[in-house]
Design a binder for this molecule. Sequence first.
Ligand code: GTP
Length: 303
Amino acid sequence: MKTELYIIGGFLGSGKTTLLLQLLQKEKQAGRKTAVLMNEIGSLSVDSAVLGEDTAVRDMLNGCICCTIKDEIEVELLTLYKEHRPDVIYIETTGAAHPMEVLDACTSPLIAMQIDVKGILTLVDCIRWLERQRLPIAHRKLMEDQARWSDAVALTKTDLASSEQVEQVKKEIRALNEKVDLRTMDFGKVEGGIFFGGGQKAARQHHAHLHLHVRTFAYEFVNHVPRAAFIKWVEQLPDTVLRIKGFVKFEDSGERPELFQYAYGVPFFQPQPMKLPTVIVVIGDGLDEEQLKGQLNALEGIF
Ligand SMILES: Nc1nc2c(ncn2[C@@H]2O[C@H](COP(=O)(O)OP(=O)(O)OP(=O)(O)O)[C@@H](O)[C@H]2O)c(=O)[nH]1
């Protein structure tokens, strides 16, 4: 059983920790082993009565999760997995994090067979959203990107906004992200119950709903792959495939795997000096997992 991973983002002070505490309490009640990865000093006062002794918390203190410590996240996640084998991991990101960068950092081929990214949730402070025109353009764009690339958005601090303002924010977010699961949240209490995580196993229908947006798909090769056929497969991929990364053993390169990277339609190969798990991770908008699996099976001669 893979460990579930949920990414919680949103601008500074948007209510991430408030929500996280609620989620952890629910996980504890459900008896699920939970771990948290945070990258802000002191943003969570670790209250063991709330978190429970089983909640492993690791801090990433060197800066924004997606900019400066992208590689570290891989190590931290692997460590959390190896040391604690949690049922679920929550990552609380800083407001400066771009959701796609965080997703990219969390989907390393080294951990993809153990950890499954189940959802990206962004918290949006209603008033700050409405006043975002005052922010420098890069911040405003980041705020909008966070809403655009999320599976779910919770509107926070609605008690400080009028109902018209809340409706306006909803309208603007829907215009950016038609499929988003959009709800209000009052001091960590989500309208209609939590979106995901919080002690509930990702149910089948819930799962399908959550992954309407950006999906990740991990595939483990058992055999060597013919290079020409692999390149042909890459060339026919639809634009909805945003990124692929991983390690592949080609028939013409023996036992040493090659690092394979693919972004914006451009492939990159690099021979590796050591043994690595031959896993690739595909990130895309609404991926057809069964189809990809069939194509990759065929490439390595599994029918
Ligand atoms: N009025 C109001 N305040 C809230 C609500 N939810 C959270 N807050 C308050 O907003 C402040 C920031 O909440 P946090 O949960 O720490 O937000 P955060 O996103 O984790 O903050 P950073 O980690 O600093 O980015 C706290 O004082 C919360 O009590 C809400 O629904 N309404």
